[in-house]
Design a protein around this ligand. Structure first.
Ligand code: AKG
Ligand code: FE2
Length: 224
């Protein structure tokens, strides 16, 4: 019966979990996912190779490569001073357009993306055992929304509140092709990834194992 009632066939409706926090399942089609995975492979072996950032001397289990601005705990710079000193890749114009479309999609407002110009993306790779603890995205000086795209294995995603890292929170699945937007009152909500479900990536997404997550952000920084 699995083929009848599998997750991929059951309707997963779009949902606003809290004001400004919107989950849009299956936003990216398979061709788009595959194309993004090909870009990811280029970025990962680009001027600043993908690496595990160190938090308090400990390597994160997630590996990260950045676009536009390089993130390390807890600041943005143009040069990857904690990796090899190289300048990060430019933020691509097509990703600005994709981010704008994501906000239109999540809000239903055709103008929601008009003033949105993300200038950094953190591109994370999770293997089967990688996790991300509960945190806020607050190294940006701007309150503009964060746009999140997921490709590959499904994960358990924990979406919490803006006050602290514990309850109340809600666990949802983010699957290949899903969009999640953190905006408005949810911009600084705590969130994390307690686990990856290995072997759940759909055929054709371009990623055999693991999960890619792209978060676009507005740093609010200026300068070269
Ligand atoms: O992997 C995800 O879905 C979330 C990633 C995240 O929270 C981050 O990069 O700050
Ligand atoms: Fe985050």
């Amino acid at each position: 019966m699995n083929y009848l009632f599998g997750d991929d066939l059951m309707e997963r409706p779009r949902r606003e979990l809290a004001p400004g926090a919107v989950h849009v399942p299956n936003w990216l089609n398979m061709e788009q996912q595959k194309w993004l995975v090909a870009r990811f492979k280029e970025w990962a072996s680009g001027p600043v190779p993908i690496r595990s950032a160190k938090v308090g001397g400990h390597e994160m289990s997630v590996k990260t490569v950045c676009l536009g601005w390089h993130w390390r705990p807890y600041q943005y710079t143009r040069d990857a001073v904690d990796v090899n000193g190289n300048r990060v890749l430019d933020f691509p114009d097509w990703m600005v357009r994709l981010g704008r479309k994501a906000l239109v999609e999540a809000s239903g407002d055709p103008h929601a993306g008009d003033d949105y110009t993300p200038d950094t993306a953190l591109v994370n790779y999770y293997d089967a055992t990688a996790r991300m603890g509960m945190h806020q995205d607050k190294d940006e000086l701007s309150k503009a929304p964060v746009v999140s795209l997921s490709i590959g294995d499904t994960c358990q995603f924990r979406f919490g509140n803006a006050d602290n890292r514990s309850k109340p929170y809600e666990d949802i699945s983010l699957s290949s092709g899903d969009l999640f937007v953190f905006g408005g009152a949810s911009r600084f909500a705590y969130h994390g990834v307690p686990r990856i479900y290995p072997g759940t990536a759909p055929d054709g997404c371009g990623l055999a194992t693991g999960r890619i997550n792209i978060t676009m952000r507005v740093t609010g920084m200026s300068g070269q």
